[in-house]
Write a protein that binds this ligand. Structure first.
Ligand code: FAD
Length: 120
């Protein structure tokens, strides 16, 4: 059974954090101001230093060197997080996520409407 009153391990922390990061990107402005861009850039730098899973944070800092965060648009940032997450998926031997569907997963719901009326 899943308990929600125990400390998070790296799996639970990861899942919750991806929800936050992908959702943050999904609602980032299409045309961010200079200030919004530098805030996001700084956030990602600081985040990658303080994320409380050392090997995850190490990996993220490495990725940020080879594939620099794209903070110039909602689309660019969402795709960048998708690529970053896919790098982790690859390392874990998990299937690659189709980045053309990132808005369906994190903002609009699947095209088949399966995220609507969940009680039905
Ligand atoms: P998660 O990988 O947490 O994914 C949650 C949901 O996101 C999925 O169900 C899927 O619907 C969606 N999703 C999957 N891939 C994508 C994508 N590419 N784009 C958009 N949505 C997607 N674990 C390690 O073992 N080693 C690491 O180096 C590592 N680094 C991490 C770095 C960061 C920044 C974070 C946030 C987590 C990291 N983790 C790492 C944790 C790992 O990514 C998973 O979160 C954890 O293993 C739980 O996996 P999960 O199967 O529940 O799904």
């Amino acid at each position: 059974t899943i308990r929600d009153d125990c400390p998070a391990d790296s799996v639970e922390l990861g899942r919750s954090t991806w929800t936050f990061l992908h959702t943050m990107a999904a609602y980032y402005p299409d045309k961010p101001s200079e200030k919004q861009q530098s805030d996001m850039s700084n956030f990602l730098t600081f985040f990658s230093r303080v994320y409380p899973c050392d090997y995850c944070a190490d990996h993220m800092r490495g990725e940020m060197v080879t594939d620099k965060p794209v903070v110039t648009s909602r689309f660019g940032l969402s795709q960048w997080f998708c690529r970053l997450h896919n790098e982790v998926n690859r390392r874990q031997g998990k299937p690659e996520f189709d980045c053309s569907r990132v808005d369906e997963r994190w903002r609009d719901g699947w095209k088949d409407g399966s995220c609507e009326n969940p009680e039905q």
